[in-house]
Design a protein around this ligand. Structure first.
Ligand code: CP
Ligand code: NVA
Length: 302
């Protein structure tokens, strides 16, 4: 593993290895055991979109591992004024030990990896959110002890989260059921990938069919970053695609609810359901830190 660009690039073994290391690093952090395998190393963090969790968890993670993180807002970089990604990649490779990037196009992340010579980590694109889904799988395993054989359900927009959950869930042996409106299906590349898993994957527009007997239900915002202008239209298109108590009633008893956050209560999830599952949702947010530390150690440690 040289980069983390998308979960499609990882084998099941690589994903499970990361989850195991994340569990170990979480245990060590909780027990005050300090390891600084990234001493003297610097991670550049390029943000072309807003962030709370990704920014803070990567910066804290690097610090806890003995390294340093540098916030590079695209509006301050020459990349924001048109310097090509090929040049930015080659320059930053001379200073840094790794780059985490949050941007719009997946191609930009792939190009950084192609032209640079240091590990690149995808901190969210319009196509996928691999760091989030590693934290999600870690959280499910923490609460349910296993992943294999569980049913994951995703309700809402066929966006970056849906794409990564489908790939991550299927790769680790989960059954994955997705409900989206017809016009908001996941990416065709992901649907092609999912075909290989036969009846372990289902795509429907019926939220109750998708949630039936689920062990964990995910949702995400109806309008992602960059789609703010479509918010009103999307509110209409996604009406009914909500995680609430009525939906939970058809899932397995003890079904978890996960949300990558930020959440829009009253849209994709009700206040009541969110608060009932707040503990699981904030465990998920915490696990961003531990899962990403595992990614940093795997990719950066010499
Ligand atoms: N879930 C997530 O990536 O959060 P941020 O946008 O706050 O980084
Ligand atoms: N789908 C959301 C996820 C935010 C973490 C977005 O892209 O804005």
């Amino acid at each position: 593993m040289n980069h983390l660009l998308k979960l499609l690039d990882l084998s099941k073994e690589e994903i499970v290895d990361l989850l195991n290391l994340a569990d170990q690093l979480k245990y060590e952090t909780k027990h005050g055991i300090k390891h600084t395998p990234l001493k003297g190393m610097t991670l550049g963090m390029i943000f072309q979109k807003a962030s709370t969790r990704t920014r803070v968890s990567f910066e804290t993670g690097m610090y806890q591992l003995g390294g340093h993180a540098l916030m590079l807002s695209s509006s301050d970089l020459q990349i924001g004024r048109g310097e090509p990604v090929q040049d930015t990649a080659r320059v930053l490779s001379r200073y840094l030990d790794g780059i985490m990037i949050r941007t719009f196009e997946q191609k930009e992340v792939e190009d950084l990896a192609k032209y640079g010579s240091i590990p690149i980590i995808n901190g969210l694109t319009d196509f996928c959110h691999p760091c989030q889904v590693l934290a999600d799988l870690m959280t499910i395993r923490e609460h349910k002890s296993v992943l294999e054989g569980l049913k994951m359900c995703y309700i809402g927009d066929g966006n970056n989260m849906a794409n990564s959950l489908i790939v991550g869930g299927l790769k680790v042996g989960m059954e994955v059921a997705v409900a989206t409106p017809d016009a908001y299906r996941p990416d065709p590349i992901v649907l092609d990938f999912a075909k290989e898993y036969g009846d372990k994957f289902t795509l429907t527009s019926d939220i109750f069919a998708a949630a039936k007997d689920a062990d964990v239900i995910f949702t995400d915002v109806w309008a992602s970053m960059g789609q703010e202008g479509e918010a009103t239209e999307r509110r209409k298109d996604f009406e009914g695609y909500q995680v609430n108590e009525e939906l939970l009633a058809v899932a397995k008893p003890g079904c978890m609810v996960q949300h990558c956050l930020p959440a829009h209560r009253g849209e994709e999830i009700t206040e009541e359901t969110f608060e009932k599952h707040a503990n699981e949702i904030f465990d998920e947010a915490e696990n961003r830190l531990h899962a990403q530390k595992a990614v940093l150690v795997k990719l950066l440690k010499k």
